[in-house]
Each structure stands twice: as structure tokens, then as C-alpha cells.
Design a protein around this ligand. Structure first.
Ligand SMILES: [Zn+2]
Length: 226
């Protein structure tokens, strides 16, 4: 195309001066674009930890290769529900188990963002800006919740169930997730029987997600009226 070719030649001949400022401008523009891209590419919070509900007790693990690698979460595309698999154990005991892995003696890699306890208490072990070691290939883009349970069936007690629904609904609202598609079981990632009761009873799992959707509406209403 002859027209732009001519224009380019003319500019090069008549104005060699602005080349340096132009180059600097281009570099600055690229840098600004890179910074903006880093800030806004994710739905998840990158720079700072989001404020969590009052019922959450923060008791972060120390940064270590086995349970809190300190790696940034790419983004938050889902919530993964687990059961602790150790009947009758408390949220504190499970949090401390994750902490104990930091010695490396067991060679086990495991953790979770949240643990919901037998009395509905919630401990946060890993900030929402970092990955936890809970959900295999989905560690990079999900938040994990480990849930305590009274017996081998893995069914959550009423108070624990309600709290897990409440926390999951809060996460869905905070990170604009759809409980229908974005709330999954560990089983949905790897086929592992986790959380056991909700793998063995798919209808209970459907109810759980429906309860999360209903709880999201309830929280929205409560916020409107407060
Ligand atoms: Zn699991």
C-alpha cells in the first residue's frame, strides 16, 4: 500500500529528533499496561486479603513447603468442599495437623483455606490470596473448605452443615461464583470419595448447592435491610 509507505519515509527524513521521547513514551505505556493488566486480570483479590465474616477465626499456618507454600492464587473460579475423613476431630485439631506437616517429617502436602468444625466454628488456615494444598489440579484457582463430621458416614451435623452453607454462600457472593457450577466436591476434581456422604448421596449434594443459592438470596436481603 503506497500511501502509508510514503508517509513513513517522510517522517523519518524530516524528524529524527522525537525518536528518543517516542521510545520512552512507548516504554512507559507498556509498563503502565503491564501494571494495569496484573491488577485487573483476576477476579480474586491479589494485593490484599479480603475481610472475612465475623465467625471466621484466622489462625494462619506458617509459610512452609508442605501446607502453606505462599504461592499466589491465580484467580478464584470455584469453591471445593471436602470432609476431613477423621470422625470426631475438631477444627483446631485439623488446623494443627496441617501446621505439623511443616516439619516435612511426614512428607505429606495438605491444607485447606478453611476448616468448619463440629460446633460450626470456622478456622481460616491460609489467606484467600494464596493457594492451599487441598484440591489437586484445582489448587490454583479455587478456595477449599474442609468440613469436620461426627462419624464415619461423613454426613455433616446440622450446625456444621448450616455454617458450611453460610460460608460457601459468602464466598460465592464475594467472588461472583455460581453455586450451580462453581461449587464442587473434591470428588469432581479427582474422583476421590470426598466428601464421602455427599458423593454417596448425590441428592444430598444437590440439596447442598440449592441451600447455598437460597442462602445467597437471604444474605442479599439481610444486607439490603441492614
Ligand atoms: Zn478432599
Amino acid at each position: 500500500m503506497p500511501e502509508p509507505y510514503r508517509r513513513r519515509r517522510r517522517r523519518r527524513r524530516t524528524a529524527p529528533g522525537p525518536a528518543v521521547p517516542l521510545l520512552l513514551g512507548a516504554v512507559l505505556l507498556c509498563l503502565t499496561a503491564a501494571v494495569l493488566w496484573t491488577l485487573f486480570r483476576n477476579r480474586g483479590p491479589q494485593a490484599e486479603d479480603v475481610p472475612v465474616p465475623d465467625y471466621v477465626e484466622k489462625d494462619y499456618l506458617t509459610v512452609n513447603p508442605y501446607s502453606r507454600p505462599g504461592e499466589a492464587l491465580d484467580k478464584i473460579d470455584g469453591v471445593v468442599i471436602h470432609y476431613v475423613g477423621n470422625p470426631g476431630t475438631t477444627a483446631h485439631a485439623n488446623r494443627n495437623y496441617f501446621e505439623s506437616l511443616s516439619s516435612g517429617e511426614e512428607g505429606t502436602y495438605a491444607s485447606s483455606h478453611f476448616v468448619v468444625g463440629l460446633d460450626g466454628e470456622v478456622i481460616q488456615c491460609v489467606p484467600l490470596t494464596e493457594i492451599a494444598y487441598a484440591s489437586n489440579s484445582r489448587n490454583e484457582d479455587t478456595v477449599s473448605i474442609e468440613v469436620c463430621h461426627p462419624d464415619e458416614t461423613g454426613e455433616f451435623s446440622h450446625v456444621t452443615y448450616d455454617r458450611t452453607v453460610e460460608l460457601t454462600a459468602w464466598l460465592c457472593r464475594e467472588f461472583r461464583l455460581d453455586p450451580e457450577t462453581d461449587v464442587i466436591r473434591h470428588y469432581d476434581v479427582t474422583g476421590k470419595e470426598c466428601p464421602r456422604y455427599y458423593v454417596e448421596h448425590p441428592e444430598a449434594w444437590d440439596t447442598f448447592r440449592a441451600d447455598v443459592a437460597a442462602e445467597m438470596e437471604r444474605q442479599k436481603e439481610a444486607e439490603k435491610n441492614s
